[in-house]
Design a protein around this ligand. Structure first.
Ligand code: ATP
Ligand code: MG
Ligand code: MG
Ligand code: MG
Length: 562
C-alpha cells in the first residue's frame, strides 16, 4: 500500500485528553480517531490491526469447535425483560425507541438473544453440545469511558456461547475455551495471566478472567510468587453473613427497622468508610443480614439499587445498626459463620448486590473472587480482612504478591442462569424435558489491541509484534526525487508484494526526518530504507523493536525478511 494514497494522519503532539500510552500512540500514529467520548473510528491502519487480532480469535475459536454467526445488535426490550436485566442492567444499557415507541437496547452482550434463538431451534439432546460466537460492536454506556480503546462505550467484542446437556460437557467446553484464550493472547504476544474470578451470582461456580499485566490496568490481581494461584481482588468484597441463630443477629433483628429507603440514605450509607478504602454495605435479605465489605473505587449504581429496593429484593440496614454490629470498627466483627445454609443467603445477596452495584459491570462478574473460607481460613472469631501482599498463598505455596491487570477476556460457566428464566429446554435421551446448561466467553478485541500497545512501545512509538502488525515491512524511499532511489524503491515494492509480504511504502514527498519519525511511531516490525546508497543497490535494513540495523544488498531483502 502506498502511504501517499492512504488516510494516515500522524500527530507530533500528544492529544490533551490521552492519559495512557496506548491511547496517545494510537491517536498519534493515525490508527484511531475519537468521535464522541468512548467512541472511536478505526482509520485504515487501525482496521488492519483489528483484523489481525480478529483473525487470531477466529482461528482459535474455529479450532475449539465454535461456529461463527452474527446476531442483531438491536435487541427488543422484551428479551431483556424475560431475564430481568432490563431493570437490573441499569444505565449502562443503551436504550432507544422505534417510531412505534417500542423499546430496544443496543447489544451490551448477547445472552438473551442467543438463548432465545437456541430455545426455538434446539430441542433435542442430539443437537447438543453447541458453541457459537460472533465478533461485533458492543454498546455500554460506561460511567467513566476512558483510556481510549481500553474502556469505550462502543467497542469490539468476541462473544461465544455454549449449550449443554450436562455439567461434564460444559466443563469440557469451558476448558477448550480456556485453552483457546491462552493461545489467542499468547499469539498476540501478550504477557498475561488467567485469574480466578469466582462469582456467586450467575449460579455457576467457575469463572476466569484473562488479565494483561500492566500498570494501567484497573484490576488488581493477587498471585502466588511460586505457584499458579492467581485471583482478581479489585472488586472482590469479602462476604460475611450472620447466622440466624447467632445472638448478635437476634439483637440486631430487634433493633432493625429499615425505614424510608430514600436514595439519600443509600448515598449516605455507602459513603460510610470503615477503614481507609474499605466500605461496608449491610443488606437485609429475607431474615438474614448480609454484610458486604468492598474495597476499590467502584461506585454503587444508584439506579440499579433503587430498582432492587422497589422490587423488594433488598433492605438496607440503618447506619445505626451497622455501627452496633461493627462495634468499634472493622477489626471486631464478631462471630462469622460460613456454612452451606448461609452460603445460599450469601449467593442471593451477591446477586442482589451485583445487580445493584457498580455501573462498571456486567452482572455476575467479580464479586467473590478472593473469598474467606475458600481462599483463606476464617475462624469463627477471626478478625476478617482482605488478602494482602505478603500473606501466604491460599494454596499453601509461596507468598502473595499484587499486580495490576487489564481484563481482556472472561470465561464463565453460567449454568442455568439464563436458560431457566427463558425456558430453554431440550428433550434428553429419556424423552424428558430438561433445562440446558450454558457457558459464555468474551474477549475485548479492541481492548486487546490497546493492551498490546501498552506492552509494545518505546519512546518513539509502537513496536508491534509481527503477528498483529498492520504490515510486516515499512519501505521508505528517502528522496523519491532522485531517480535511482525512486526506481529501486518501486522495484522493491513490487518484489515484496509479489512475494506476498505485507508492505507499506512511504513514497511521500516528505523530508527524511519526517519519514523516520512517522515510521517509528507507526511501529511496523521491519524497515527497509532506500537512500543515498541506492545507486550501488544497497539499502538499510532495520528492526523496529531492537533498533538493530545493517546495510544489505537490495537483492537480499526478501531472504533477510524471511
Ligand atoms: P470491565 O470489568 O472492564 O468493565 P466487564 O467484566 O464488564 O469488563 P465482560 O462483560 O466480561 O466485561 O465482557 C467481556 C470482555 O469485553 C471483557 O473481558 C473486556 O475485555 C471487554 N470489555 C468490557 N467492557 C469494555 C469496554 N467498555 N471497552 C472495551 N472492552 C470492554
Ligand atoms: Mg464492565
Ligand atoms: Mg470485569
Ligand atoms: Mg468481565
Amino acid at each position: 500500500m502506498k502511504q501517499s494514497e492512504m488516510l494516515l494522519p500522524t500527530l507530533r503532539e500528544v492529544p490533551a485528553d490521552a492519559e495512557i500510552k496506548s491511547h496517545q500512540l494510537l491517536m498519534r500514529a493515525g490508527y484511531i480517531r475519537q468521535i464522541a467520548s468512548g467512541i472511536y473510528s478505526y482509520l485504515p491502519l487501525g482496521r488492519k490491526v483489528l483484523r489481525k487480532v480478529e483473525e487470531i480469535v477466529r482461528e482459535e475459536m474455529d479450532k475449539a469447535g465454535a461456529h461463527e454467526m452474527l446476531m442483531a445488535a438491536m435487541q427488543p426490550a422484551e428479551l431483556w425483560k424475560e431475564t430481568g436485566r432490563w431493570n437490573t442492567f441499569g444505565p449502562e444499557l443503551m436504550r432507544l425507541h422505534d417510531r412505534h415507541d417500542r423499546e430496544f437496547a443496543l447489544g451490551a452482550t448477547h445472552e438473551e438473544v442467543i438463548t432465545s434463538i437456541i430455545r426455538d431451534e434446539v430441542n433435542s439432546y442430539k443437537k447438543l453440545p453447541l458453541t457459537v460466537y460472533q465478533i461485533q460492536s458492543k454498546f455500554r454506556d460506561e460511567k467513566r469511558p476512558r483510556f481510549g480503546l481500553l474502556r469505550g462505550r462502543e467497542f469490539l467484542m468476541k462473544d461465544a456461547y455454549s449449550f449443554h446437556e450436562s455439567y461434564e460437557c460444559l466443563d469440557g467446553t469451558y476448558q477448550k475455551m480456556f485453552d483457546a484464550y491462552s493461545n489467542i493472547f499468547r499469539r498476540c504476544g501478550l504477557n498475561f495471566r488467567a485469574v480466578v474470578a469466582d462469582s456467586g451470582a450467575m449460579g455457576g461456580k467457575d469463572t476466569h478472567e484473562f488479565m494483561v499485566l500492566s500498570e494501567v490496568g484497573e484490576d488488581t490481581i493477587a498471585y502466588s510468587d511460586t505457584s499458579s494461584y492467581a485471583a482478581n481482588i479489585e472488586m472482590a468484597p469479602v462476604i460475611t453473613t450472620y447466622e440466624k441463630s447467632d445472638e448478635s443477629l437476634k439483637e440486631l433483628d430487634k433493633v432493625s427497622t429499615p425505614d424510608q429507603k430514600t436514595m439519600k440514605q443509600v448515598a449516605d450509607f455507602l459513603g460510610h468508610e470503615l477503614q481507609e478504602g474499605i466500605k461496608a454495605i449491610l443488606f437485609k435479605v429475607d431474615e438474614a443480614f448480609v454484610m458486604v465489605l468492598t474495597r476499590g473505587d467502584h461506585e454503587v449504581n444508584d439506579v440499579k439499587l433503587k430498582n432492587l429496593f422497589d422490587a423488594g429484593y433488598i433492605d438496607l440496614a440503618t447506619e445505626e445498626d451497622t455501627r452496633r454490629l461493627l462495634g468499634t470498627g472493622f477489626g471486631s466483627l464478631g462471630p462469622i459463620g460460613v456454612s452451606d445454609e448461609v452460603e445460599v443467603v450469601a449467593d442471593f445477596a451477591v446477586e442482589a448486590l451485583v445487580n445493584a452495584s457498580c455501573g462498571a459491570n456486567e452482572e455476575g462478574y467479580h464479586y467473590t473472587n478472593v473469598n474467606p473460607g475458600r481462599d483463606f481460613e476464617v475462624s469463627k472469631y477471626a478478625d476478617l480482612r482482605f488478602i494482602e501482599e505478603g500473606d501466604p498463598s491460599p494454596d499453601g505455596e509461596g507468598t502473595i504478591k499484587f499486580a495490576r491487570g487489564i481484563e481482556v477476556g472472561h470465561v464463565f460457566k453460567l449454568g442455568k442462569f439464563y436458560t431457566d428464566k427463558m425456558n430453554a429446554s431440550f428433550l434428553n435421551d429419556q424423552g424428558k424435558a430438561t433445562t440446558m446448561l450454558m457457558g459464555c466467553y468474551g474477549i475485548g478485541v479492541s481492548r486487546t489491541l490497546a493492551s498490546i500497545v501498552e506492552q509494545y512501545h518505546d519512546d518513539n512509538g509502537i513496536t508491534w509484534p509481527a503477528n498483529v502488525a498492520p504490515f510486516q515491512v515499512h519501505l521508505l524511499s528517502l528522496n523519491p526525487k532522485k531517480e535511482e532511489q525512486l526506481q529501486l524503491a518501486d522495484q522493491l515494492y513490487s518484489q515484496l508484494q509479489e512475494a506476498g509480504i505485507e508492505v507499506l511504502y512511504d513514497d511521500r514527498k516528505e523530508r527524511a526526518g519526517v519519514k523516520f519519525a512517522d515510521s517509528d511511531l507507526i511501529g511496523i516490525p521491519l524497515r527497509i530504507t532506500v537512500g543515498k546508497q541506492a545507486g550501488e543497490g544497497v539499502v538499510e535494513f532495520k528492526v523496529r523493536a531492537s533498533g538493530e540495523q545493517s546495510d544489505i544488498e537490495s537483492g537480499q531483502v526478501i531472504t533477510k525478511i524471511r
